[in-house]
Design a protein around this ligand. Structure first.
Ligand code: ATP
Ligand code: MG
Length: 179
């Protein structure tokens, strides 16, 4: 049965918390609708994220989460480490493969915006790949400082604004909420 489906480009950006978790919420909804989802994590955090085990529980034919980073990236350094750049390039190559594979309905590029704004990845090939993506595939891009060219291309852009964060009171990251 031909489906009247339009693959969307969605961007979750901004300084407030909720970008990756918004993508995961969408993934949860999509899985419920029988969509096949993959999340490629460009910058893996130093903690073991709950979503890895949740995805495992759902089964990787439904939701696959692929951490591709080195564990952390030095923030505030003048230039990114070559090893981090290499990892990001690898994550990008894998992303292109996943988007065009026909095996996924939703592809989440987690922290790709950060990788671009930190100059580990050029925005132009990303924009080009999104222009050429299969028409039915949804793509979500997360991370602060989304590049203007990607915002331009996107169908949906949500900017998370920080109103309050427990961090301001000195409360550390909470298991199940932050990781
Ligand atoms: P989450 O994964 O919780 O949805 P995020 O993707 O919006 O967060 P990132 O920039 O990826 O935010 O940051 C990841 C980690 O930093 C998370 O543990 C998150 O709680 C924390 N964080 C996000 N925003 C802030 C903030 N404004 N102040 C302090 N910590 C934050
Ligand atoms: Mg995030």
């Amino acid at each position: 049965m031909p489906e009247d489906r339009k693959g969307l480009i969605l961007v979750y950006t901004g300084p407030g918390k909720g970008k990756t978790t918004a993508a995961l919420g969408t993934a949860f909804r999509a899985v419920g609708q029988g969509l096949r989802v993959v999340m490629i994590q460009f910058i893996k955090g130093s903690w073991h994220y709950g979503e890895l085990d949740a995805a495992e529980a759902l089964g990787k034919d439904r939701l696959e989460v692929l951490p591709m980073g080195r564990g952390f990236v030095k923030i505030g350094a003048e230039k990114p480490e070559p090893e981090d750049v290499r990892k990001v390039q690898e994550a990008w190559a894998l992303s292109c493969e996943k988007i065009s594979s026909g095996n996924y309905d939703l592809v989440i590029l987690d922290e790709i915006n950060y990788a671009i704004s930190y100059k580990m990845l050029d925005p132009e090939p990303v924009a080009e790949a999104l222009r050429r993506k299969p028409d039915s595939v949804h793509v979500i891009l997360t991370g602060r400082n989304a590049h203007p060219s990607l915002i331009e291309l996107a169908d949906l852009v949500t900017e998370m604004r920080e109103v309050k964060h427990p961090y301001q009171k000195g409360i550390l990251a909470q298991r199940g909420i932050d990781y």
